[in-house]
Design a protein around this ligand. Structure first.
Ligand code: FES
Length: 168
């Protein structure tokens, strides 16, 4: 008979924790379930905050320093709450040569933020990505998952204003 593990109470009453606990139980609440569990938390909440990392540490019996180490080592994991909208700029060589620095500069000027930051009002996350494989369309960025090629700074800013103000 399989023992039902006694998981500690999650940091809050959000139902999404049940899915995370399911993943931990599926892996026998073992320290080896750390990466799968962090994936589950990120999938459920979009990021890993201090409370969730502490909970995972307690539930799996893994030192918090190790949990932080794993969460910061893999690029997939993010410790910052993502913005409502997302803009990913390809910083691969072809895109760089074809004008990505101008896009980045325009973003900085308009939103006062650099790549891999979230705007103070939480409306936008800017991210960088290595070559996404469609170099013929450089420079490339995606806005909320929509890929935009041969992009000028003006077009990118217009698109972002459109999606951000579409929420208003
Ligand atoms: S360098 Fe940007 S798509 Fe290849």
């Amino acid at each position: 008979m399989q023992r039902l593990s006694n998981l500690p109470d999650p940091p809050n009453s959000d139902e999404k924790w049940k899915g995370v606990q399911l993943v931990m139980r599926k892996h026998g609440q073992s320290p080896h379930a750390l990466i799968e569990t962090l994936h589950a938390v990120q999938h459920a909440f979009g990021y890993l905050d201090r409370d969730s990392l502490t909970y995972v540490s307690d539930a799996l019996g893994v030192p918090l320093s190790k949990v932080y180490g794993v969460a910061t080592f893999y690029q997939y994991f993010t410790l910052k709450k993502p913005g409502t909208h997302n803009c990913v700029v390809c910083t691969g060589t072809a895109c760089y040569i074809k004008g990505v620095p101008k896009l980045v500069e325009a973003l900085k000027e308009r939103y006062g933020m650099a790549l891999d930051e979230v705007s103070a009002d939480g409306s936008l996350t800017l991210q960088s990505a290595c070559c996404i494989g469609t170099c013929g369309l450089a420079p490339i960025a995606s806005v909320d998952g929509e890929e935009l090629g041969r992009l000028s700074a003006e077009e990118l800013l217009d698109k972002l204003e459109e999606v951000i103000h579409g929420d208003a």
